[in-house]
Design a protein around this ligand. Structure first.
Ligand SMILES: CC(C)(COP(=O)(O)OP(=O)(O)OC[C@H]1O[C@@H](n2cnc3c(N)ncnc32)[C@H](O)[C@@H]1OP(=O)(O)O)[C@@H](O)C(=O)NCCC(=O)NCCS
Length: 235
């Protein structure tokens, strides 16, 4: 079955004020992140990312691929480049999120924990190397998409590997940990949306046997946003 859904957003529902407040809140978060990145990594390293974020602030258009991995099929046994300890994310780890990535992530993780989302943290010799999250219900204010989940679906989201550890299997290990947990909880399908140009992330999901089932277009002008997606359901 093929279906196309244009996700409702707060503006379309007549809540312009709420949408605008959300946008200004996000802007304040971004500025805090930029200051943090510049202080931590220096101007030269932070400039490409900060510059790109500023350029795309007024308007953004992103194409995503929607991938699915059946949890009813056996999961692969993969070898990883380094020894990793993978454990569930807890409240005590919020500062590690800030350390691996940025302050807005630590805040988002607190909200995820509050909503019962499950996060995994990867450590190498005690050092945080990456994280990845999953949830059975989508909160559009956190995911910024409103993908329709069927009963038994789990949505895999917010994955990151610290640059020093990339290409060594950290994200493959975290992805397998998420798939195993939700399979054991009785879920039957994992979904993920990945930007079309994010080749490392697509490589991770292909490695665990996911298949593209659709496309999604994210379009934003200022605080107004629209997400359209076409997904081919698994028969
Ligand atoms: C995407 C990301 C999470 C991958 O993490 P990682 O720990 O490096 O992933 P892994 O080491 O498990 O696997 C990376 C795979 O991508 C491949 N890869 C790396 N760079 C690539 C490139 N430019 N083109 C194609 N494949 C690439 C690697 O070869 C590896 O595949 P292999 O094991 O078959 O060789 C990491 O790059 C990251 O944090 N990026 C920034 C945030 C992000 O994009 N998050 C995901 C949002 S969906």
């Amino acid at each position: 079955m093929v279906y196309t859904i244009s996700s409702p957003n707060l503006a379309e529902l007549g809540c312009w004020g709420v949408n605008l407040m959300h946008w200004f809140g996000r802007l304040a978060e971004l500025i805090e992140d930029w200051v943090y990145l510049i202080r931590r990594d220096g101007w030269r390293s932070a400039l490409p990312e900060v510059g790109w974020a500023i350029v795309t602030l007024p308007c953004r258009h992103i194409e995503f691929i929607v991938l699915a991995r059946s949890l009813l099929e056996p999961l692969p046994n993969l070898q990883f480049g380094i020894a990793l300890e993978i454990r569930k994310f807890g409240l005590a780890d919020l500062n590690l999120a800030r350390q691996i990535n940025r302050p807005s992530e630590a805040r988002a993780f607190a909200r995820r924990l509050d909503r019962g989302h499950v996060g995994f943290l990867a450590l190498h010799e005690g050092q945080p190397a990456g994280y990845a999250w999953a949830c059975a219900e989508i909160d559009p204010t956190l995911e910024r998409v409103n993908l329709k989940l069927d009963p038994g679906d789990v949505f895999c989201t917010d994955a990151y590997t610290a640059s020093a550890y990339r290409g060594r299997g950290v994200q493959a290990a975290l992805t397998l940990a998420r798939l195993r947990l939700f399979r054991d909880l009785g879920h039957c399908r994992a979904l993920v949306t990945i930007e079309v140009r994010n080749h490392p992330s697509l490589a991770v999901w292909r490695k665990v046997g996911a298949q593209a089932i659709g496309r999604m277009t994210f379009f934003r002008i200022g605080p107004w946003r629209r997400v359209r997606y076409t997904v081919e359901g698994i028969e």
